[in-house]
Design a protein around this ligand. Structure first.
Ligand code: FAD
Length: 594
């Protein structure tokens, strides 16, 4: 920073006058809370304190990160290289979207508007990068063979090689055809064609597709009101709640008994929404993380992390990140709890060596996770025998509804992962609240699809944690590399709070150096008295206007500061990570502002 020309020619008396004005009107300056990827504020970079405990779970962020580093190689190996976990059976194409207003004449729902928009917007880009192409399912598909056909074809090749010759089909086919008594699963149409298809999860990675799904997310969050009447029409097969208010009252009892009131809103209308919200929001955050980390630059056609996307959707929303970690704790605890069950599970009935290999891998994963102290204690929730039945029923029905809403997702790949993950979370809840890990035979059996969905959902969230950390590092690196060379920096410049955050550079304008500079105030000999007078008059006028504007801007600034502080207190009260203060006092105007 250098003195302006006007300051440079000021005489000492005038300087004292302005100095007095600046001291009188120096004011709190609320910094903007949004920033570009190249200019992260320290609040954004360090939004999550690694040592903080993830609320509702029993582990800190850094413990979960360490645990994730340990188990993610096993998860990758299981989900990418075992046939049992790499294929999923679901009814992707024949289910109806239950929100009637989204249907058009052809039955497409959810993104029809988006499709029209994108076709117009995208006509200049190569066909393969268009939303329609990116949204399509890739890789081979196999239809589910009926019981009779399975018998005829035998255990080894029930799919007759439809998924590829090297696929162990006995590891892929689900032998239980019926699904209507399955917990958290949407009852399927019983016609033969509605039994679903097998698709490869490896060939269809969850990443950017260009699909705009905000309407579906909004509908999902609206589901999150347990005391209200059901949102979906009865014709859509929506579960009916005979005692919608009973469950809310029950939850109140549970909350009060288990002192969870700081985590759940004690709002009479939507008491149960907080727990449900955390799970859905964590899932949403995971989807967003994959989109941002595996993003297609439609101009260059290259895939890679999009840091602006990360900043907008995640870095500036620590509560979403917190919910993601919460989901991780729930899912991992559920897999750990299944250890005994998995020891006796048959993964591939027709192929003993594949069966052994798959079992070894999943047991290694569960054992590694179990070596850490318990990260989520389900015993604090839904354990009151008088109320747990209704509560669980409510949760199950909510997940069924969310699962149905997935049929409104107008992008095949997104629908695949949306459906899989809702089943994954449903299974985790079932295992957490209905399984006794010390027993085996008495526990309700898990379907193949439930197990595959649970492990793959854990893998999704696990990859999200890894991707989040990588993007955080990338932001930091970008910030550091765009810092000016040391020689370009003014010696008084210092990094505030986070040593690597470019946006946090705060030149040190202490009152002493406000007018101190290497440049000595000089009067240019060529200036006439009139020019000097005019310059000084202009300076006084600008200062006057500046002061007036400062006064006018005080009320909105005070309002913002109050809102920021209240939000911090609210986060503190809820046990969420408290966002760093995004405003501070500064002496203004800075030297070159007038
Ligand atoms: C089930 C499902 C799966 C999808 N899968 C993919 C995919 O694989 N690839 C792809 O490119 N697109 C996918 N999409 C679309 C994608 O999620 C976004 O809808 C899209 O990228 C547009 O994003 P957006 O920034 O407009 O906000 P959205 O992500 O659509 O969010 C809508 C609103 O929800 C709120 N919100 C956002 N995140 C959270 C959170 N974590 N917690 C609470 N509230 C939040 C915000 O207010 C936001 O404005 C999927 C959509 C759905 C419904």
């Amino acid at each position: 920073m250098f003195l302006t020309r006007e300051f440079a020619i000021m005489r000492p008396a005038a300087k004292d006058f302005y100095l007095a004005i600046f001291f009188l009107f120096g004011h709190a300056h609320a910094k903007p809370t949004t920033s570009t990827p190249s200019e992260p504020s320290s609040a954004e970079v360090c939004a999550i304190d690694p040592t903080a405990i993830v609320s509702d779970a029993c582990a800190s962020y850094s413990t979960l990160d360490t645990l994730n580093d340990a188990i993610s190689p096993y998860l990758k190996s299981i989900t990418q290289s075992t046939d049992f976990f790499a294929y999923y059976r679901l009814n992707l194409f024949d289910q109806q979207c239950p929100v009637k207003s989204w249907d058009d004449e052809t039955g497409t729902c959810g993104n029809i508007a988006c499709k029209v928009d994108t076709l117009e917007d995208e006509k200049d880009i190569p066909v393969i990068w268009r939303v329609e192409e990116l949204s399509k399912l890739e890789g081979p598909k196999a239809a589910h063979p009926g019981r009779q056909l399975q018998k005829e074809r035998g255990e080894q090749r029930p799919l007759q090689g439809d998924l590829g010759e090297d696929v162990g089909e006995s590891c892929v086919v689900e032998y239980d055809d019926e699904c209507d008594d399955r917990d958290y699963c949407v009852p399927e149409d019983e016609s033969a064609t509605a039994k679903g298809d097998y698709v490869s999860l490896v060939d269809n990675p969850e990443r950017f597709t260009g699909y705009a799904g905000s309407d579906v997310w909004d509908a999902i969050y609206k589901e999150n009101c347990f005391s209200k009447e059901p949102q979906l029409s009865a014709s859509a097969g929506r579960a009916d709640f005979s005692h919608p208010f009973q469950a809310a009252n029950d939850l109140r009892t549970v909350i009060q008994k288990h002192s969870l009131s700081n985590e759940l809103e004690l709002d009479d209308e939507c008491l149960e929404k907080r727990v449900f919200h955390r799970i859905v929001s964590g899932m949403h955050a995971s989807v967003s993380t994959h989109i941002c980390f595996d993003y297609l630059n439609q101009t260059t056609g290259t895939w890679g992390p999009n840091l602006q996307c990360y900043q907008d959707r995640l870095a500036t929303h620590p509560e979403r990140v917190s919910n993601l970690y919460f989901d991780y704790a729930i899912l991992l605890r559920a897999v750990t709890k299944l250890r005994t069950y998995l020891k006796n599970y048959t993964f591939c009935s027709g192929d003993p060596s594949e069966n052994r290999d798959t079992k070894n891998k999943i047991l290694k994963l569960a054992n590694t996770a179990a070596a850490y102290p318990q990260i989520f204690d389900e015993n604090t929730m839904f354990q009151d025998p008088d109320v747990s039945g209704d509560l669980k029923e409510d949760f199950r029905n909510r997940f069924r509804n969310v699962s149905r809403l997935m049929d409104c997702v107008g992008c095949d790949k997104c629908r695949l992962w949306g459906k899989l993950q809702t089943v994954g979370y449903g299974t985790a809840l079932k295992v957490l609240f209905e399984y006794d890990e010390l027993k085996n035979g008495e526990n309700p059996p898990l379907r193949r699809t439930e197990l595959v969905a649970l492990v793959n959902t854990l893998d999704r969230v696990s990859s999200s944690l890894t991707a989040l950390n990588k993007m955080r590092d990338l932001v930091t690196e970008t910030a550091v590399s765009s810092l000016p060379e040391p020689s370009e920096q003014k010696p008084s410049a210092k990094l505030k709070d986070h040593p690597e955050a470019k946006g946090a550079i705060e030149p040190d304008f202490s009152s002493d150096d406000l007018f101190d500079d290497e440049e000595e105030p000089t009067i240019h000999p060529e200036q006439t008295v009139w020019e000097i007078f005019r310059d000084e008059w202009n300076l006084v006028w600008r200062t006057y206007i500046y002061v007036l504007k400062s006064w006018v801007s005080i009320p909105p600034k005070m309002f913002r500061i109050i809102v920021i502080e209240l939000s911090r207190v609210w986060s503190f009260w809820l046990g969420l990570p408290v966002q760093e203060r995004s405003w501070e006092f500064q002496w203004r105007p800075q030297k070159d502002e007038l």
